[in-house]
Design a protein around this ligand. Structure first.
Ligand SMILES: Cc1ncc(COP(=O)(O)O)c(C=O)c1O
Length: 301
């Protein structure tokens, strides 16, 4: 589960602010807001079969995150689209690639947290890499519950897809120490919210359940799973779900752009009886795969 260096990414081109540069020169200033305060927003996208999957949805979420953080100049959709296409074309990427799209508040005139120090405009970064789904989706993954809680809107709304990832990173560290693949995170009331990097679903008695999007990112893949469940006639509810319910689920899986749909083998050492809900998972997964192969914005090169 620990990602390794892919030689194909050694000489990639990266788009920063207004131009493409080789990986070795792909840097931001020490005055950039992302360095100063993690003051940036981001999206992870995938390229399948000559198409950018769910491109509009990712751009919309990037725009919404930047608006919530009151960025002064947010690049238009057209600018972002051109930058992404230019980057993919320069790297010859039409399939099997992942994009980390970041928008920072830009460079400050001096160090400090005040956004009024940002007089140079925002900075768009398009980092496209060759990257397969990051989890073992055949064997599945193990989770351990972290003592770090996922942010509710009371603290920092998890609907903002921002670069201040310490909440998730601390949870990931606790998973690493426990020897689990990822951490399961609870909300401030003790209900399951998501993992440190993905949304989470459970199947029980042929029903699909996922936590309310109160203290989790309302993931784009999560949205697709809910949509698919309706299309294939599987009842799906969003509600508060306790750990005990997850321990006793028939099947548990995570969802996210980075890893697609990933079965969960165990949570806190409790094995999930993966055979009982497997049929429903397989149906959802094959519809999801079909979407990735056939939908998305076609690349013009
Ligand atoms: C904390 C967290 N949850 C869930 C997701 C999955 O979201 P999506 O399906 O939009 O990739 C992500 C992706 O970045 C994430 O960072």
């Amino acid at each position: 589960m620990l990602q390794t260096f892919d030689q194909r990414n050694e000489n990639i081109f990266v788009f920063i602010k207004d131009k493409l540069v080789p990986r070795s020169e792909a840097k931001v200033s020490v005055f950039d807001s992302s360095v100063q305060g993690g003051d940036a927003v981001w999206e992870g996208l995938r390229i399948y079969n000559g198409r950018i999957f769910c491109f509009e949805k990712h751009i919309d979420r990037l725009h919404e995150s930047a608006k919530t953080l009151a960025f002064a100049d947010i690049p238009e959709t057209g600018f972002i689209r051109d930058a992404v296409i230019k980057t993919l074309e320069a790297n010859g990427m039409r399939d099997g690639a992942h994009i980390r799209l970041t928008l920072t508040r830009g460079e400050k005139i001096t160090s400090g947290m005040d956004p009024r120090l940002n007089t140079n405009g925002s900075c768009l970064i398009v980092l496209a890499e060759w990257k397969s789904p990051v989890y073992d989706n055949s064997a599945g993954i193990t989770l351990v519950t972290s003592h770090i809680r996922r942010n509710s809107p009371q603290f920092l709304d998890s609907k903002i897809h921002h670069n201040n990832l310490l909440n998730n990173i601390l949870a990931k560290i606790s998973a690493n120490i426990s020897g689990a693949d990822d951490a399961l995170m609870l909300d401030d009331r003790g209900f399951v919210s998501e993992t440190n990097a993905t949304n989470i679903f459970m199947i029980k008695n042929n029903h699909l359940l996922t936590p309310n999007a109160e203290a989790c990112l309302p993931g784009i893949t999560r949205g697709l799973v809910i949509e698919i469940s309706k299309q294939i006639g599987v009842d799906c509810s969003e509600r508060n779900i306790s750990l005990s319910e997850f321990y006793n689920a028939d099947f548990v899986f995570t969802s996210g752009t980075m890893g697609e749909l990933t079965p969960v083998r165990s949570i806190d050492g409790r094995e999930i009886n993966s055979q009982m809900g497997r049929n429903i998972f397989d149906k959802i997964n094959s519809s999801f795969k079909k979407k990735t192969e056939t939908e998305g914005e076609p690349l013009p090169f």
